[in-house]
Design a protein around this ligand. Structure first.
Ligand SMILES: Nc1nc2c(ncn2[C@@H]2O[C@H](COP(=O)(O)OP(=O)(O)OP(=O)(O)O)[C@@H](O)[C@H]2O)c(=O)[nH]1
Ligand SMILES: [Mg+2]
Length: 298
């Protein structure tokens, strides 16, 4: 068990999770009794926030942050991160309220933080990770989306959209929250990509993701399209930068070792490769959108 759980805050955003709240808080405190929980409730009409207040009154491991109305997951997490950073928490975690992120696996994330990671992502798509009870179409879509993101960004991560995470405070302190992308759930990708680009130690651990049993999904139909468009922009900018670096590296080497003819060939190969990549990204993006449309009409 992790030695740092005493300074760990598990942030759980809620919107209409009255059935799940007792289950999730009970499971977290059973599995990792030393952590603190922060419920960030957006004035849930079903009374989740009132129930959370009752828990907080009788249990000093549970805290509640109330927001005025449904303001989206990113806003809820930013509020939760700021709350935790203003206090002396060393590790801040993201966890859904609906049981998709098993509290019994939180220790897997915390152990990697203990070993030096700055961000640990509970991943469905590394070996050993899995999804349970997800409709095949939704899993396919999520896998395809992640494949696309991983090719587009080249960040070396398999599940950048995942929302089960542990952050070291220094990583969050380095992020300007106002700059994070607001399109759909893409802030998760944005956060992970920024961490990788800044050279933080980002790791994935396999988790079992279980579909929600109770309550309703807040998934918004526009998110796939918005997200892919956004990622494509970053991906092309990032890859273009990489291609430029590669091209100058090739020509630097070539000026020592190759004749002029070969140098031209090297430059051409780089430009063909980056054009192919653009075509490939366009193709995967079309496939993902098509999948999403057929998923919506089911
Ligand atoms: N505070 C707050 N929490 C939210 C908001 N939208 C979603 N959540 C919570 O964020 C977590 C993830 O939302 P979900 O509805 O489970 O989204 P999902 O996992 O993509 O969809 P499901 O298939 O329903 O599981 C849950 O704990 C929600 O209650 C919001 O606007 N504000
Ligand atoms: Mg969910």
């Amino acid at each position: 068990m992790s030695t740092i759980t005493f300074s760990t805050l598990v942030i759980i955003p809620t919107y209409n999770e009255i059935e799940n709240l007792p289950l999730i808080t009970g499971r977290v405190l059973e599995a990792t009794p030393d952590v603190r929980i922060l419920i960030v409730d957006d004035n849930s009409p079903d009374g989740t926030g009132d129930l959370a207040d009752k828990y907080a009154e009788s249990n000093d491991h549970i805290h509640v942050l109330h927001r005025e109305g449904k303001g989206g997951l990113l806003g809820a997490y930013i509020a939760g991160f700021k709350w935790g950073l203003e206090r002396d928490y060393e590790v801040l975690c993201e966890m859904d309220a609906d049981g998709s992120h098993a509290p019994e696996q939180l220790h897997l994330l915390l152990e990697q933080i203990d070993k030096g990671a700055d961000l640990v992502i509970g991943s469905r798509y590394v070996p050993g990770g899995e999804t349970v009870n997800w409709p095949a179409s939704r899993e396919y879509l999520s896998r395809l989306g992640n494949l696309y993101i991983s090719f587009a960004l080249g960040a070396g991560l398999s599940d950048m959209t995942a929302g089960y995470r542990a952050f070291r405070r220094s990583l969050l302190e380095s992020i300007d929250f106002d700059e994070l992308s607001k399109a759909g759930y893409i802030f998760q990708v944005d956060l992970a990509f920024r961490a990788v680009k800044e050279g933080f130690d980002v790791r994935e651990v396999p988790i079992t993701f279980t579909d929600r049993e109770f309550g309703e999904s807040k998934l918004d139909g526009s998110f796939v399209k918005d997200s892919l468009v956004e990622v494509s922009k970053w991906g092309l900018a990032h890859r273009a930068e990489q291609a430029k670096e590669l091209a100058s590296e090739v020509s630097r080497m070539a000026s020592h070792e190759l004749k002029d003819g070969k140098l031209q060939e090297g430059k051409k190969a780089v430009s063909v490769a980056s054009n192919n990549m653009k075509d490939f990204l366009g193709e995967v993006s079309r496939m993902a959108r098509h999948e999403w449309d057929s998923f919506k009409t089911k």
